[in-house]
Design a protein around this ligand. Structure first.
Ligand code: AMP
Length: 436
């Protein structure tokens, strides 16, 4: 019997992956950029557990959101306590921030996280049940500059990945009070249209009417077009903050569109919200989004510190990179590939392979070498840069054949020179390829 992976999950493999965006080198490439970028912007990595007490998510994400109402992987542990696999990263990060009293050290706290999230969603392209998010959170005094730092960070991430045709949408949802006011206005506007709304939107009418603005249903979209704008309802301070954010973005020449219907699916957002979309993805085109959450830290029992952050979905990002034919470097290859052509020389080659590995030089050996052509093919497939071929004849002459697989150039070198020569080649290669 052959076991199968559950629906909505996938393997990321070094080779033999079932889709063109599920190769390890693509993921490692994106992850390297994430770690470098976070360093450049001064964000520190936080790693929280994969599951938490269910109430952590209920409290922050919001009871009436789709995530909580329909999509959580919730289970009872052996002691009967309700636990949930994390559906997003902010709740756990804020829980840890408050629980471990991190606010005592410094004024502005900048963190990032990367890892799998879990939502029991209807399967379709761009929607998985285990997916990966990279996100950042800046917790500390509120300023428009921090909002823009976070938006610029995400924009720079996409630049470094080589992505094109990304659109940024901006909106402000104001404070909780602004939203209560707006909810009333919206319900008044929607009431006469109730019977024409989609089933989903009719359900949201009672529980979470703002989410109706997110509807993809064509009839709903027509009705929503003429709905009052939340930007006309938000307070003077919220409007001023939003205008400042927009001005700073313009100063940085970051292009954006204002979309006063952008709400986002989590309840904790206040003031600025934003979303990045790609034109290469079809229906599920959001590749990252976020916003401010000015009361979340306090609501967890922490200090009254506002925060702002984003989360970006790595599946959709890598899919977009593949669609846009971004060149993924192969991050793992042997620099030198030994081919011992007889059992007599195998031991020697094995020792040299090990010695080079101890010198931080990626090395491989074909322990099954029989025919030179076959072994050379293996070396080429593994993307080796050099081959060291040793047969009985070379062994007797105390020499080894060194072949540059890119230029096909080959020469015989003395056995006792092999290590220093390869060390020199490796140094040149790694300097040219920024590997050191
Ligand atoms: P959200 O937390 O819903 O705002 O999601 C942030 C980002 O995560 C989105 O822009 C998507 O790129 C990604 N994302 C959310 N849900 C899924 C999912 N089920 N499968 C794949 N990516 C997702």
């Amino acid at each position: 019997m052959k076991y199968q992976i559950p629906k909505g999950l996938f393997d990321i493999l070094p080779y033999g992956a079932d889709q063109d965006w599920r190769f390890t080198n693509q993921w490692q490439y994106a992850e390297r950029i994430i770690h470098h970028l976070s360093r450049d912007y001064g964000y520190l990595e936080m790693r929280t557990p994969i599951f938490e007490k269910t109430e952590v998510f209920h409290h922050s994400v919001g009871e009436s959101t789709d995530i909580i109402a329909k999509e959580m992987y919730t289970f009872l542990d052996k002691a009967g306590r309700s636990m949930s696999l994390r559906p997003e990263g902010t709740a756990s990060l804020v829980r840890a921030f408050v629980e471990k009293n991190l606010s005592h050290q410094g004024a502005l706290h900048k963190f990032y996280y990367i890892g799998p999230m879990f939502r029991y969603e209807r399967m379709q392209k761009g929607r998985y049940r285990q997916f990966h998010q990279f996100g950042i959170e800046a917790i500390g005094p509120m300023s428009a500059e921090i909002d823009v730092e976070v938006i610029d960070f995400l924009n720079e991430f996409f630049n470094r990945l080589g992505l094109k045709e990304i659109t940024i949408q901006m909106n402000s949802v104001g404070t909780t009070e602004c939203r209560i006011k707006y909810k009333k206005k919206l319900l008044k506007y929607l009431s006469p249209h109730f019977n024409n709304l989609s089933k989903d939107s009719q359900l949201r009418f009672e529980k979470n009417p703002l989410r109706i603005l997110d509807s993809k249903d064509p009839h709903d979209i027509k009705i929503i077009e003429k709905a009052p704008s939340i930007l006309d309802t938000v307070s003077k301070e919220a409007k001023e903050h939003f205008d400042k954010v927009c001005k700073l973005l313009t100063n940085l020449k970051i292009q954006y569109k204002i979309n006063d219907k952008l709400i986002r699916g989590l309840d904790y957002y206040t003031n600025t919200v934003f979303e990045f979309t790609s034109s290469h993805l079809g229906a599920q085109n959001a590749i990252g989004g976020g916003g401010r959450y000015d009361s979340l830290v306090k609501s967890f029992g922490g200090p009254d510190l506002p925060g702002v952050g984003f989360a970006a979905g790595l599946e959709r990002i890598i899919q977009t990179m593949v669609a846009q034919k971004v060149n993924f470097p192969s991050l793992s290859f042997p620099f030198i590939y030994f081919i011992p052509l007889s059992s007599a020389v195998r031991e020697y080659c094995f020792e040299k392979t090990t010695e080079l590995r101890h010198l931080f030089i990626p090395s491989e050996i074909d322990l099954d070498a029989k025919k030179i052509q076959k072994s050379l093919q293996k070396a080429i497939r593994a993307e080796a840069k050099y081959c060291a071929i040793l047969g009985d004849e070379e062994w007797q002459n105390k020499q080894i054949q060194l072949k540059n697989l890119a230029t096909r150039e080959q020469k015989n070198i003395a056995l006792d020179k092999i290590i220093p020569i390869l060390k020199g080649y490796w140094q040149d290669f790694s300097q040219n390829n920024k590997l050191l």
